[in-house]
Ligand binder design. Structure first.
Ligand code: NAD
Length: 276
């Protein structure tokens, strides 16, 4: 044999081909929620790059143009409304002709306030968007995955699914709940070839975090860089923000056949924060 192939034995070439196919997501239909921005957008790009068909969801209709430019299909819904989540699931199943292979529950938002001043309505909406909607989408899409004997659900939780910080009671309650949902559904789905995992990142450089940096800078009279260094990265071992692409690559890996033994897990992408 000549060229690169000449450097490998026949068995080694077969192993390489097998590894390649175990990382292949061509032919899969993927629904990513809250994908008009930040981590969800990076996840959508990563899946598109791997040859998957992406149903890009967001509340923001402006994301439709973005989806079109990327080669994804757009689905709009406000996950704060249970009926809209049911409609989203039905629309995704219709597009996927009865099945969605991969569900990435990513949409979310932050609100910072003392618990005794936390507006009840915002608290309830945060739980709906970040916990009830992932349950509703799982409930609707899991049967198709089970039926075909293969599926992947990735819940974008947070380091705040396992630790707490003050003034984020709704976010932390939702993310702790999402990890519980992940573990329970993982046990139910495992016999059917479906894995369910949570990813738990520390601070990722997205609009959600840029807004928090600006708010903290104002509140403490600090520069943006000082907020990142002195407040956000203080407990981290690796002193830098995470890039959305780094989270996306990890999510992509969890959805390959190569990651078929990982389920019910909280994947800590936390810069060494919880090693303390
Ligand atoms: P982002 O603000 O860039 O993106 C969030 C997306 O969710 C937006 O496109 C927004 O339109 C959408 N969304 C918000 N409310 C919605 C609703 N009611 N219905 C439908 N869509 C809605 O934020 P991000 O940082 O990319 O966050 C994505 C996920 O990652 C969130 O679940 C967040 O909790 C989680 N996360 C973020 C970080 C971080 O540091 N950025 C860390 C850990 C976990």
């Amino acid at each position: 044999m000549n060229g690169i192939a000449g450097d490998f034995s026949f068995v080694e070439l077969l192993e390489l081909l097998d590894t390649h196919s175990r990382m292949d997501l061509r032919g899969k239909t993927v629904l990513v929620t809250g994908a008009g921005s930040g981590i969800g957008l990076a996840i959508s790009k990563a899946f598109l790059g791997s040859g998957a068909r992406v149903l890009l969801h967001d509340i923001n209709p402006a994301a439709a143009d973005l989806a079109g430019e990327l080669g994804a299909e757009f689905l709009a819904a406000d996950l704060g409304t249970p009926a809209a989540v049911r409609d989203l699931a039905a629309a995704a199943l219709q597009k996927g002709e009865g099945r969605v292979d991969v569900l990435v529950n990513n949409a979310g938002f932050q609100h910072v306030a003392k618990v005794e001043e936390f507006p009840e309505e915002i608290w309830t909406t945060m739980i709906q968007v970040m916990l009830v909607a992932p349950f509703q989408l799982t409930r609707a899409l899991l049967p198709g995955m089970k039926q075909q004997g293969w599926g992947r659900i990735v819940n974008v939780a947070s380091i705040h699914a396992v630790i707490a910080s003050p003034f984020k009671s709704a976010y932390i309650s939702a993310k702790h709940g999402l990890l519980g949902l992940t573990r329970c559904v993982a046990l139910e789905a495992a016999p059917f070839g479906v894995t369910v995992n949570a990813i738990c990142p520390a601070y990722v450089r997205t609009p959600l975090v840029e807004r928090q940096i600006a708010d903290q800078a104002k509140a403490h009279g600090l520069t943006s860089d000082e907020v990142v260094e002195k407040i956000m990265l203080e407990p981290a071992a690796i002193k830098r923000l995470i890039e959305p692409r780094e989270v996306a690559d990890y999510v992509l890996y969890l959805c390959t056949d190569a990651a078929g033994i990982i389920t019910g897990s909280a994947q800590m992408l936390d810069l060494g924060w919880t090693a303390r």
